[in-house]
Ligand binder design. Structure first.
Ligand code: BGC
Length: 746
């Protein structure tokens, strides 16, 4: 009976959804029939608004007239309930009254800034990541924004590339799970809700593999690597129902992504059956001229539209040339119809034809502007993103008993980030007038948290990138007076991000030199590093007892850092990217293929694949991160030695908290397919679980593996598994771990 009832309910729901869909498609079609060629090209045209520019601007002084005459389908960087309302009112003066879509780069928060995406990825905490995107959407939607250009899901193995900060790091599985979590977070309960924004999976595709880590550079890779490593997070976004995709600046094997038929039509709209629309990257349609792929802007418009790029961001190629191209028979009308259909469908789904102003709501904007729950969530994910890299002699957390006079602890705080505020926000964030009141600096947060009687000393010591040592003396003086020195160093907010590739990823300026001088005082030193990418800091890595990687953590950075320093939160972050020992080791990633001559150990240089001047291992491996407590792994066991093609295998492991603090561990399961028809990586992350363990507590963690998870792209790009032997590794990082084996049999 119950079953019958749920079946009927499911059928009714299906019919309802289909009916709604039918209605939308019918409405789209009737509107399309009324549209002129110019109006169609207008829907495919996106301009930058009057607010901020996130790329090189084309001067166009008739912007407002163009909106009124239906020549603009969408705008980016036109934000705020009042501003979007004004612009929308202009669009409604156009002949067909088609509302505008307002897009914006809401990458890691809008009003409340969350940790940069790479930092959030270090939390491996999917619900927290989803929540951060949800809150960003709530705030942005209230300000009239319909659409965010996020998540950025480019796999990145090269920390010289400044845009690693925007993504989830190097791993296809972690990247895919985070991609889906972010899409769900942004899109919430679905379009039609006034707090859901359309997400955009970008940059399609393989932008993260720009040669040499130089932004906008070419990408040359095998199709197999594309499918195996770079496409999975995009596919995950498509499966999660992402509304839009953005293509990318790079060429892929000689064809610019913007004009790439294979990517946009064969894969995305064909194989993945993606129903949303594709927007170009900023000016990327026109940039195909510089690539040498088309002669001029006319050729660019034709190539992009025919290849499945539906909307032109800021090139003006579509609006200027598509009508003439269609009239000349060089681009067929169905190409435009298809693109416009996709765009209009989203406008209908968003409810903009029913009420074009439903997002631009000053009252809601005001309510969300200072929502305290958002700040709390920002603090929560910020502390989960922090990675403890080193903690010799348990220098951290700070404990009263540890000071010379526990009734009067003296702490020196030194460095350019101690009192920093906006530098915590990271590259893709906006400056709001009252930010200084909302952003917690480390200094303020430590002052609030320190025990009564604590003496806090401060010296800036040096700048982030300048070469002045004038502040060293004061810094050393403070260090000498203190029991412990906390040093905050790193990259400035605009050093990692778009167009911020660096050939050297060392600490800029004289910061490392200052740390050396502070360590030379003999005082215990704790170093906090703020950055948007993995940096190289070998001297510090070898000589400083405690190192905390604190990225750019957003509005509540200071509080999150104080939580970790004083042990109110036990750090649990795990690196989502491998940290190299030097730039010469890049690209460096954990899931590489073995060579025919792998080195046996760090010192093995005898005609093996190695650098003669560097150990083979990285500075810190993928998945690595310490806790204030110790987690011991034991009893790795498999439910059976053989996995059958329709079967499953349970992998059990005992994890015990052997230290003095409750803590959360991310238990990671990797596999290695020992022999394949194409070679397989030395390790691949397949699953992970986060477990919170009290002191002394032990837990059996169980993973269930199925043959599906052992699939890979073979030489003919078939996605399948092959019978054979597999190793399983379970541990707290990609290096080491307990090991077992099983065989996969038909
Ligand atoms: C970036 C995109 C961004 C767009 C709009 C481009 O330069 O590559 O990621 O969404 O600008 O700001």
């Amino acid at each position: 009976m119950k079953r019958n009832f749920s079946t009927i309910l499911a059928i009714l729901l299906f019919q309802l959804v289909s009916a709604q869909r039918g209605t939308i498609d019918q409405r789209v079609d009737s509107l399309l029939r009324l549209m002129t060629l110019e109006e169609k090209a207008g829907q495919m045209n996106q301009y930058n608004g009057p607010w901020a520019a996130t790329g090189p601007l084309t001067n166009d002084d008739q912007l407002l007239d163009q909106i009124k005459t239906g020549k603009v389908g969408s705008m980016l960087n036109a934000t705020g309930a009042a501003r979007t309302r004004e612009l929308q009112a202009l669009a409604l003066q156009s002949r067909l009254k088609i509302p505008l879509l307002f897009g914006q780069d809401v990458i890691h928060g809008y009003r409340t800034i969350f940790p940069i995406p790479l930092a959030e990825a270090a939390s491996w905490d999917l619900p927290a990541i989803e929540r951060s995107a949800r809150i960003a959407a709530v705030e942005a939607a209230a300000a009239g924004i319909h659409w965010t250009f996020a998540p950025m899901v480019d796999i990145a193995r090269d920390p010289r590339w400044g845009r690693v900060m925007e993504g989830a790091g190097e791993d296809p599985l972690l990247g895919s799970l985070i991609s889906a979590a972010r899409v769900k977070g942004f899109q919430g309960k679905g379009f039609g809700q006034t707090d859901a924004v359309m997400a955009c999976a970008k940059h399609f595709a393989a932008y993260g593999a720009a040669v040499g880590g130089r932004d906008y550079n070419s990408v040359d890779m095998s199709e197999r690597q594309l499918w195996e490593t770079y496409l999975p997070p995009f596919e995950a976004a498509a499966k999660a129902g992402v509304a839009t995709f953005m293509n990318s600046f790079n060429d892929l094997n000689g064809i610019p992504a913007t004009g790439n038929d294979y990517l946009q039509k064969t894969v995305l709209k064909g194989k993945w059956n993606f129903k949303g629309f594709v927007v170009s990257d900023w000016g990327s349609v026109g940039e195909m001229i510089s690539h040498g792929y088309v002669q001029d802007s006319i050729g660019a418009a034709a190539a992009a539209a025919k290849a499945g790029c539906d909307m032109d961001m800021e090139s003006r190629a579509f609006i200027r040339h598509l009508p003439a191209l269609v009239k000349a028979g060089k681009v067929k009308m169905p190409v435009l119809d298809e693109a416009v259909r996709r765009i209009l469908r989203k406008k209908f789904e968003m409810g903009l034809f029913d009420d074009s102003f439903r997002y631009s709501n000053e009252q809601r904007e005001k309510e969300q502007w200072n929502n305290p729950a958002h700040l709390e969530a920002a603090r929560d994910i910020a502390r989960k993103s922090i990675v403890l890299l080193k903690n010799e002699n348990s220098s951290l957390p700070l404990r009263k008993a540890w000071f010379r006079d526990p009734a009067k602890p003296v702490i020196a705080m030194v460095g350019p980030f101690v009192k920093a505020k906006s530098d915590h926000l990271g590259f893709w964030s906006y400056d709001w007038p009252d930010d200084s009141l909302r952003i917690s600096s480390t200094w303020e947060a430590v002052q609030r948290r320190a025990w009564p009687g604590t003496e806090l000393l401060y010296a800036r010591g040096c700048g982030i990138s300048d070469s002045s040592r004038a502040g060293f003396a004061e810094a050393l003086q403070m260090a000498t007076r203190a029991d412990i020195v906390i040093v905050t160093i790193g990259e400035a907010r605009d050093m990692s991000g778009e167009a911020k590739s660096r050939s050297s990823i060392r600490l800029p300026g004289v910061q490392e030199e200052m740390v050396k001088a502070l360590v030379a005082t003999g005082k215990p030193v704790v170093v906090l590093i703020h950055a948007g990418r993995p940096l190289v800091f070998n001297w510090i890595r070898e000589n400083v007892p405690a190192i905390v990687y604190a990225w750019w953590l957003g509005t509540r950075a200071g509080d999150a850092i104080a939580d970790v320093l004083f042990g109110d939160y036990n750090p649990s972050g795990k690196l989502p990217m491998t940290f190299p020992r030097s730039e010469g080791q890049i690209p460096v990633y954990y899931n590489y293929f073995n060579t025919g001559r792998p080195a046996k150990n760090e010192n093995d240089l005898n005609y093996v694949s190695a650098y003669t001047d560097l150990p083979n291992s990285p500075a810190y491996p993928f998945g690595y991160g310490l806790s204030y407590t110790r987690f011991a792994y034991s009893n790795l066991s498999l439910s059976e030695p053989v996995l059958r093609s329709k079967g499953r295998i349970r992998v059990n492991v005992t994890v015990r908290n052997e230290g003095d603090y409750a803590g959360e561990e991310t238990v990671q399961l990797y596999i290695r397919d020992r022999v394949g028809s194409v070679v397989r990586p030395v390790k691949e992350l397949k699953q992970f679980q986060k477990v919170l363990l009290q002191t002394g507590e032990s837990r059996t963690v169980t993973f269930t593996l199925t043959p599906d998870e052992l699939r890979f792209y073979d030489a003919q790009l078939r996605y399948r598994y092959e019978p054979g032997d597999f190793d399983v590794f379970v541990g707290g990082s990609s290096a080491g771990g307990l090991q077992a084996a099983f065989a996969l049999k038909p």
